[in-house]
Design a protein around this ligand. Structure first.
Ligand code: NI
Length: 209
C-alpha cells in the first residue's frame, strides 16, 4: 500500500470511529437512559398524585397518608349495596387486625363529587370505622385520582325517579407505607387471605430514604 493510501485509510477510519462514537452518545445512550426511566416508572402503575378534600374539609394529597399502609376504595354514599358491603368488609378486617390496625389508613374516594360533599361524607364514614377517611373534590380532581388507580366510573340511570347511580370498579387497593401499590383486596378473598395481604403490607418497612 502506498503511504498516501495508508494515510487516507487511517483518516477515514478515524472519522468513522468519531462519527460512530458521536452517534452512540447522542442516540444510543439517551435511548438506554430512557428505557431505564421507563422501567422505573412502570412499577407504580397504580396509585399516583392526587389532590382532594377530606370529610373535614382539609386539602390532602397522596403524600398525606405516607407512613401508613393505605386501603383505598372508590365509591359513593348513595351506593345501595357494593360500597356498604366493601366498607363493612374493610371495617371487619381492621377489627380483626387488632392493634396493627393503627398502622392502616382506610380511605374512601368518592366517585360522586356532585352529591358527596365533605359534610355528607362526614356523616357516612361514622357508620363504618372511626379511622375511615372519605375524600371528594372537583370532578376533574376525582377523574385524575381514578385514572391514577386505573379505576373506572360512570354515571348510570337509577331505578329511583330523578336520581342517578354511578357504576364503578369495586377494588380495594393496598398501598404500602411509602404509597406503593402492593396488592388488591378482592371481594372473593377469604377473610384469612385478605388479612394476610394486610399483614404483609404492614410488615413491609417504609424505605429510609
Ligand atoms: Ni358502590
Amino acid at each position: 500500500m502506498k503511504p498516501l493510501h495508508r494515510i487516507a485509510l487511517i483518516a477515514v477510519a478515524a472519522i468513522a470511529a468519531a462519527v460512530l462514537g458521536e452517534w452512540a452518545s447522542r442516540v444510543i445512550e439517551p435511548w438506554m437512559d430512557r428505557r431505564a426511566d421507563d422501567s422505573a416508572q412502570r412499577r407504580p402503575l397504580i396509585g399516583g398524585p392526587f389532590e382532594l378534600v377530606d370529610h373535614t374539609g382539609r386539602t390532602v394529597t397522596e403524600r398525606t397518608y405516607r407512613g401508613k399502609v393505605q386501603l383505598v376504595f372508590f365509591g359513593f354514599t348513595s351506593c345501595p349495596d357494593v360500597c356498604p358491603t366493601a366498607l363493612s368488609t374493610m371495617t371487619d378486617l381492621l377489627d380483626r387486625l387488632g392493634p396493627d390496625a393503627a398502622s392502616v389508613q382506610p380511605i374512601l374516594i368518592s366517585v360522586d363529587p356532585e352529591r358527596d360533599t365533605p359534610e355528607r361524607l362526614a356523616d357516612y364514614v361514622q357508620a363504618f370505622h372511626p379511622s375511615l377517611i372519605a375524600l371528594t373534590g372537583q370532578e376533574e380532581a376525582i377523574v385524575a385520582a381514578a385514572r391514577a388507580f386505573g379505576v373506572y366510573f360512570k354515571k348510570a340511570p337509577s331505578l329511583i325517579e330523578g336520581e342517578y347511580s354511578v357504576d364503578h370498579s369495586a377494588t380495594t387497593f393496598v398501598l404500602d407505607r411509602s404509597g406503593r401499590f402492593v396488592s388488591a383486596l378482592d371481594p372473593h378473598d377469604t377473610d384469612e387471605a385478605a388479612l394476610d395481604k394486610l399483614r404483609r403490607a404492614i410488615a413491609t418497612p417504609a424505605p429510609t430514604s
